[in-house]
Design a protein around this ligand. Structure first.
Ligand code: GDG
Length: 471
């Protein structure tokens, strides 16, 4: 075997494995198959790989037509059709909410989680079964591409790497965890948390966005064995965003964004997820209006919220609370001709980009967040030297803190103060901070993220080569 080529730009053989894939299929009214581009930051970030490398992408079949495509086999996208009951347990009981809640520290431990028989059943007959189906699909693909690096994504797939490793001891495996890695996993029974750690440690490379998450993982994992733990923050496709910001669709939405906009606009853009801390954001804004009468009638908060995971009761409840608290702020402070909070619950990505261009303050205050792409996208295209108010628990804070106004996400008073500071900041300071953010994002495009990871895969492969050469 020749030593692996370390040149980062050469064409590679990759198998990407993620729950959601780059495309989903449906049928139109006439019965013709149609292809839809998958959403989300992950798919956008990885799409660049498709152009330059030999990539097979393995993902779950999520529509009826996906299942038909899965049965046909072949192609660069392999869709795995799961048993419906297994998928329900895997996705709606274990991955979201249990793992998501543990990893974002969202549980109030006095009353939740209840790891009851049903949850143990969902772990065994859902999460493990779906992970096994993914592992089998990876092993079948490795038979076609034995030199490929397998690149797993996220918390849906913690068990699959160990399952693959047992069947293919020499496979090259890597895993990127897109969400936080907390210090405290004690809400999970030991068998579950040990299986998660063991699954990840079957990889040659385990990667996180930040040093903080990587450090927590390393501290809890014990002996790392063959695994290298690294951290590289994901980023955005700067060229694509520049084009998008200048596009007709975004310009049209900018004109419609807020006829008769107030003097100052605070914007937030989020999925309706409890980790995003939307309710505390409204409460902090209410506190600002209570304590600083001078802002009444002059500043409004525009919240563009993409409805998320509404089949999970806690998510449906959270959206109801969002609507209630936004109304309460409006009832208390609203006046003829001025609405304090404008809430729009819709999936309209172009509207989000339009709002990025127009904010005076961008509020990104998650309880915890693996990274948070909004904190990079907004400053890249903003036209008003707007100020970023950023949670210290967002992964992006590690990179962006020197230009942002930092907040603790639980500190309502602190967030109200931060909003006041951001709204009152002088022009020169706002310009300097906005420029710092923009330049940082420009210089650290998503390509840097991918190249850094590919270099890590090379290093791991070189190390394995060294080991086998010595044998
Ligand atoms: C996870 C981690 C990590 C905006 N409006 C709409 C819409 N967007 C786009 C944004 C942005 C994306 O959605 C949201 O990305 P985030 O990073 O803020 O958050 P998560 O969805 O929680 O992503 C996160 C990320 O993975 C990548 O590793 O940064 O920490 O939680 O790109 O522009 N998308 C849709 N409709 C909209 O109206 N579909």
């Amino acid at each position: 075997m020749a030593p692996p080529d370390s040149e980062a730009s050469r064409r590679r053989s990759l198998i990407i494995v993620s729950n959601r894939g780059p495309v989903t299929y449906d049928r139109d009214a006439s019965g013709e198959r149609i292809e839809r581009r998958g959403g989300g930051g992950l798919v956008t970030a990885l799409r660049g790989l498709l152009e330059h490398h030999d990539v097979t992408w393995i993902a779950s079949a999520t529509t009826e037509e996906d299942r038909v495509v899965a049965g046909e086999g072949g192609g660069d996208v392999v869709l795995v059709a799961h048993d419906a009951a297994a998928y329900e347990g895997y996705y709606n009981v274990i991955a979201n909410p249990l793992l998501w809640f543990v990893q974002h520290s969202l549980y109030g431990l006095a009353s939740e989680p209840d790891v009851d028989r049903a949850m143990h059943g969902a772990w065994r007959d859902g999460y493990a079964v779906v992970n096994r189906a993914f592992a089998d699909a990876v092993v079948a693909e490795l038979d076609n591409k034995p030199d490929a690096t397998v690149f797993f994504h996220d918390y849906h797939l913690y068990l699959a790497p160990r399952m693959v490793r047992e069947l293919r001891p020499d496979a090259r495996l890597a895993h990127f965890v897109h969400i936080p890695w907390p210090e405290d996993w004690s809400a999970l029974p030991p068998a579950m948390r040990d299986a998660i750690t063991d699954g990840l440690l079957a990889n040659d490379v385990v990667a996180f966005h930040t040093e903080r998450w990587a450090r927590n993982f390393t501290a809890g994992a014990g002996a790392l064995g063959r695994t290298t733990v690294v951290h590289h923050p994901i980023s955005i496709d700067v060229g694509e965003f520049d084009e998008l910001a200048a596009s007709d669709g975004v310009r049209r939405r900018e004109e419609q964004l807020w006829p008769g906009r107030p003097e100052k606009l605070v914007v937030r853009v989020d999925r309706t997820d409890p980790s995003k801390n939307i309710v505390r954001g409204f409460r902090a804004f209410g506190l600002l209006l209570e304590e600083h009468r001078e802002w009444r009638g002059r500043v409004s908060m525009l919240a563009l919220l993409d409805p998320s995971r509404q089949s999970i009761p806690v998510y449906a409840d959270y959206l109801a609370t969002i609507e209630r608290v936004a109304s309460a702020v409006n009832e208390r402070f609203g006046e003829e001709g001025w609405r304090p909070v404008e809430l729009r619950v819709a999936d309209d990505f172009l509207q989000s980009v339009a709002a990025y261009k127009q904010y005076d303050v961008l509020l990104v205050n998650p309880v915890y967040d693996g990274l948070n792409l909004v904190a990079k996208e907004g400053p890249l295209v903003n036209l008003r030297a707007g100020v970023l108010v950023l949670s210290e628990n967002a992964g992006a804070y590690e990179e962006l803190s020197s230009w942002a106004v930092g907040v603790n996400p639980f500190d309502l008073a602190g967030q109200a103060d931060a909003l006041h500071e951001a709204l009152s900041m002088g022009e020169a300071e706002r310009q300097a901070r906005a420029e710092g953010l923009r330049e940082h994002v420009r210089m650290n495009d998503v390509r840097q993220w991918i190249e850094a990871l590919l270099a890590d895969f090379d290093q791991a492969a070189a190390r394995d080569y060294g080991v086998s050469a010595r044998r």
